[in-house]
Design a protein around this ligand. Structure first.
Ligand code: NAD
Length: 239
């Protein structure tokens, strides 16, 4: 496949693996990042992709970044809403800022990024949108009321938008990963991780590349009949 693929949070962790895989599939990849400029540039050089600093929780910034990407590389065929953060804490101690940060980065971001690409996809009669939800958006997780709500929101976003775009050649899907080895999970306490792995039927955490393969399938021509789906990739955990 060819065309432009935007991957938010595409310079690190699962997003970096998605950028690498889509680049390998033949796309021109534009990765959006929110963190360190040097690390993002190193990733751009390593993978041969373009990188753009943009805060995905800022609607105007997202619209401007999409315009820049389209001006520099052409129309967007694929959007992967992957950027996300956690700000864990028990609900009775959770601040409004903790709630808002997680909802705006994980859920508002899908609106902020998808809204500027959808008109072009509708006009061209082709588009692929994939959002990275989470097992914790399917089943809920202690200490993550904010994150679980945002990731469950992405599933509703996916199902409803899939219906609106189904006759326009645009598919909208979500992936719900279980625990994957990245910076996000390396911050967890070793004893917590050990007990999590004990509950995963395949007996290990996932690898970023395993999520990237699923994205590669969902954005391919072969997945034209797959829309509004939530693909679980969690090592066999029951949800
Ligand atoms: P990570 O922390 O390694 O990477 C997150 C990326 O998002 C980074 O590149 C960061 O720069 C970017 N980002 C964060 N806030 C941003 C903002 N405001 N604007 C632009 N970019 C921003 O995380 P990861 O583990 O690779 O997770 C990727 C996605 O997968 C997230 O949505 C996460 O919730 C989801 N997920 C991860 C796991 C896991 O076990 N790692 C499991 C389920 C779902």
């Amino acid at each position: 496949m060819s065309g432009v693929a935007i991957v938010t949070g595409g310079t690190r962790g699962i997003g970096k693996a998605i950028s690498a895989r889509l680049k390998g599939d033949g796309y021109t990849v534009a990765a959006i990042y929110g963190g360190n400029d040097e690390a993002a540039k190193a990733c751009a050089d390593e993978l041969g992709i373009a990188v753009y600093r943009c805060d995905v929780s800022d609607p105007e910034g997202c619209a401007e970044t999409v315009s820049r990407i389209e001006a520099e590389h052409g129309p967007v065929a694929v959007l992967v809403n992957n950027a996300g953060i956690t700000r864990d804490g028990m609900f009775h101690k959770m601040s409004a800022d903790q709630w808002r940060a997680v909802l705006s980065t994980n859920l508002d971001s899908a609106f902020n990024m998808t809204r500027p690409v959808i008109d072009g996809m509708r006009e061209r009669g082709f588009g692929r949108i994939v959002s990275i939800s989470s097992i914790n958006g399917q089943k809920g997780q202690l200490g993550q009321v904010n994150y679980s709500a945002a990731k469950a929101g992405l599933i509703g976003f996916t199902r409803a938008l899939a219906m609106e775009t189904a006759r326009k050649g645009i598919t909208v899907n979500a992936i719900a990963p279980g625990y994957v080895e990245t910076d996000m999970t390396s911050q967890m306490k070793p004893e917590v991780l050990q007990s999590i792995v004990a509950g995963i039927p395949v007996g290990r955490m996932g690898k970023p590349e395993e999520i990237a393969h699923a994205v590669s399938y969902l954005v391919s021509e072969h997945a034209g009949f797959v829309t509004g789906a939530v693909l679980t990739a969690n090592g066999g955990q029951y949800v």
